[in-house]
Each structure stands twice: as C-alpha cells, then as structure tokens.
Design a protein around this ligand. Structure first.
Ligand SMILES: Cc1cc2nc3c(=O)[nH]c(=O)nc-3n(C[C@H](O)[C@H](O)[C@H](O)COP(=O)(O)OP(=O)(O)OC[C@H]3O[C@@H](n4cnc5c(N)ncnc54)[C@H](O)[C@@H]3O)c2cc1C
Length: 405
C-alpha cells in the first residue's frame, strides 16, 4: 500500500471514529424514543470508542507479532562529546564548511545546523556550492543554499534510502546524544539556536500531502510491566541535558493517573513531532531537484580528492563517514537498532516503557530496545534479530494488558 493510501485510510479511520462518537451520543439521547417506536429492534451494539467511559484515551492496539516484522535496521549515531563540528576549514584551494556529528539529533537539529553552515558558506562569496553527503544534514544544507540563491550540486557515495538517516526513529529529539554533560554549557547557545530554527521550520512543514511531519501523542508507562524490569547500568557517558532551554517551545508532558488510558498503570503523556522519514526524505529530494539541484554519486577516500571538484566552497555533511574521510576520531559510533512492523493506520500514538519504545510511523511501527548496553563505540551494523523479536514480544505483553483488547 502506498503512503497516500495509508494516509487516506488513517484519515478515514479518524473521521469514522469521530462520526461514531457523535452518532453514539445522539443515539444515547434518542435511544428511548427509538426503542419505543420499534419495540422488537435488536439492542444497538455500540463500538468500543463509545463504550469506554469519558476521559479515557481511546488507543488502538498494536499487532505486536514477530511474523509482522518487515525489516530490522541498524545504524550508528555520529556522536561527538563536544557537539557537532560546525566550522570553516581551508584545505588547499577549497573552503570546507563542516556540518557533521549530530549524534541522535540529526533530523531534529538539521534545519538549524544547516542554516549556520550555509551562512558560513555564503560568507566565502561563492554562488556555486558543492555538498558532500545526502542524508538529513546534506539535504537541508542543499535546500537552504538554493533558497539563498546558490547553484548546488550534491556529491554522495549513497543516496536515500541507503543512508543512515533513513534508519532513525523519526522523533523530535533535539538533545539526544548531542554532546556530553561537560560540554553542555559551551555548546548550549549554539544548540538553542539550532533547535529553535529547526522547530520553526518544522512548523511550516505540517499538513502537507503524505504527512511528512506531524504531531502525535505518546504515553510513557510509569510502572514497568511485570517481568520487564530494567536493571542494566548504562555504559554510556552522561549526556548534556539541554531541554530546559527550549521549555517554552513544545507542549509540556502531563502525568495521567491509573484509569486515564487503557493501560493498567499510570503514565506520562507527551506530545511530540514525528518525522515520517520515507515521505519526508522523498519530499526533500524532489524539492532539491525541482529547484535545479544536481546529484553526483561519488565516494571520496581522501580529502585531497575534493580539490578536483569545480566548486570552490563545499559543505561536508558526511555524518559518520567523516570519521574515515577526515580522520576525525572524535566521532564515536553509537549503535542503534529498530524493527519495523507492518504499518497500522489506526495506531497514532507512541508508547514507551523503561525497556522499549514504539513509534507509529506511516511506513511501519518502529520498535526499539532502550536502556540496553554495548552500543557506545560500537560500529557493528549486523542486525541482532533475537533482540528485536524479544522487544516485539515485550510489546505484545504490554498490549495484552490493555483494557478492551
Ligand atoms: C536508531 C537511531 C535512531 C535515531 N533516531 C533519531 C530521531 O528520532 N530523531 C533525530 O533527530 N535523530 C535520530 N537519529 C540520529 C540521526 O539518524 C543522525 O543524527 C542523522 O541521520 C545524521 O545525518 P547525516 O546527514 O549527518 O548522516 P548520514 O545520513 O549518514 O548521511 C551521510 C551522507 O554522506 C555520504 N558519505 C559519507 N561518507 C562519504 C564519503 N567518503 N564520500 C562520499 N559520500 C560520503 C553518505 O553516503 C550519505 O549520503 C537516530 C539514529 C539512530 C542510529
């Protein structure tokens, strides 16, 4: 099923749910009269949405079954303790603006980080710009440079869908593994500017065909379901917590007591932006090409190869690839793995416990183990199927506790 169809089906579900609720209340009001007029009519079986008492969130269950896994994806977050590298370097005849190392926040910060990178490129006075890399940072740099009036060519060894950015979860997580705690203060102002610019740009991308960006609710279950306790001690550094700087931007989370959701425990409801990465990336690629952007598939194995390119100024958006290309050992790979379940248009909420998370993307429900160890400084891209299957089974246990299932 294509995205348009999924999106249409979901809208239809929501519309249907709305109509059902409206009809249900009318039916309750009119019920006596109708029964009196048609005494032998069968009692109306109200749909579940109408049977739940008011104030209880209506959430469709996830079909969490290992035979619904459509793929398992692994990638490495390009983490730098000091935060992303965003600076101009002169290399032979070229001015190179580095724009890499965004850890677990590459999509979230992309527009803000690339705004700063493009400004640096503009300051070199060129009208033609080369961009190395076609992930989240390369594409946003390219589009912003075009909007600033430059002619842009992207060079990349791989294009979407074969870039790490396509394997992200797709949530607005601007301070996820973005720097370590020691560097948070130094990086704070720049981070805030990136986060605010990106947030603003994402607001202008809501409501578009295919829903590349949308707001969703999520529920974090406060009491871990029985048998799913997480006793692991993190082997990752203490990361910078910068979120209080943008507290005014996003809706605040709310604690929901037992009885407010179909889950048996209390939860915290959060509201977040979600990136439907498949349709979003496709939109970025086609916007770039429609504006006359050119793409060259090419791998560079040494920075001196960049000297042969026709553009005098380049933006380096090679993500984790910068570690090898620019011998930048400050980039640490932080491995991450997600399993994708067949999409369910009616599942429109995120869910997390202390051991797993589920993100309701249109191209598949993403299930990820969280709080596990062995990922920091791990560049192994081999999928661990057993771990993903265990996470899906845990999700099934959570679903089995839902009221109404
Ligand atoms: C499991 C997981 C979940 C995540 N979830 C989120 C999330 O919810 N929200 C969020 O904001 N971020 C998330 N991230 C982080 C996000 O995925 C990254 O920060 C982001 O993808 C980095 O983008 P990039 O453009 O720098 O790199 P990439 O996507 O890796 O793109 C690099 C580009 O450079 C090219 N390239 C590399 N080396 C060379 C070379 N030598 N020559 C030519 N071309 C080269 C590549 O082919 C590619 O085109 C997640 C990461 C993981 C692992």
């Amino acid at each position: 099923m294509n995205l348009k169809a999924i999106s249409g089906q979901r809208r239809q579900f929501l519309r249907h749910a709305g109509t059902t609720l409206a009809l249900a209340s009318t039916a309750t009001l009119a019920g006596c009269a109708r029964q009196a007029m048609v005494p032998n009519a069968k009692p109306t079986v109200l749909p579940r949405a109408a049977r739940l008492e008011s104030g209880v969130a209506e959430l469709a269950p996830v079909r969490a079954q290992v035979d619904r896994i459509t793929g398992i994806y692994v990638c490495t977050r390009p983490f730098r303790a000091a935060g992303p590298r965003l600076e101009l370097e002169k290399l032979g005849d070229k001015a190179i603006v580095h724009n890499y190392g965004h850890g677990g926040s590459g999509w979230s910060l992309s527009w803000g980080s690339s705004t700063l990178a493009v400004r640096m490129a503009q300051a070199t006075g060129v009208r033609e710009l080369g961009i190395i890399g076609c992930g989240a940072l390369g594409l946003t740099s390219a589009l912003l440079a075009q909007r600033a009036g430059m002619a842009v060519r992207i060079y990349a060894k791989a294009l979407p869908p074969d870039v790490f950015s396509m394997r992200a979860s797709g949530l607005w997580t601007p301070d996820s593994r973005i720097c370590d705690a020691q560097h948070a203060e130094d990086f704070g102002d720049r981070w805030e500017s990136m986060a605010r610019t990106s947030y603003g740009m994402y607001q202008s991308l809501l409501g578009l065909p295919g829903d590349p960006i949308e707001w969703i609710d999520g529920y974090h279950l406060l009491d871990t379901p029985a048998g799913q306790q997480n006793d692991t001690v993190s082997d990752e550094p203490e990361y910078g917590d910068l979120s209080s700087r943008i507290r005014d931007l996003r809706p605040q989370s709310v604690t929901l007591p037992v009885g407010s959701t179909p889950f048996p425990q209390a939860s915290r409801r959060f509201t977040t932006m979600m990136f439907n990465i498949t349709s979003y990336t496709r939109m970025l690629m086609s916007d770039f090409q429609l504006a006359g952007g050119k793409i060259v598939v090419r791998e560079f194995t040494h920075p001196r190869e960049l000297q042969a390119l026709p553009e005098r100024t380049l933006i380096n958006a090679t993500g984790y690839g910068a570690r090898a290309l620019f011998s930048d050992e400050s980039i640490i790979p932080v491995r991450g793995q997600t399993a994708r379940l067949i999409p369910q248009a009616e599942v429109n909420y995120a869910l997390s416990t202390s051991t797993l998370s589920m993100v309701p993307r249109r191209d598949g429900l993403l299930v990820q183990v969280i709080g596990d160890t062995g990922n920091f400084n791990n560049s192994d891209l081999t999928p661990n199927r057993a771990a993903s299957e265990a996470a899906v089974r845990q999700l099934a246990e959570v679903m089995a506790t839902m009221r109404g299932t």
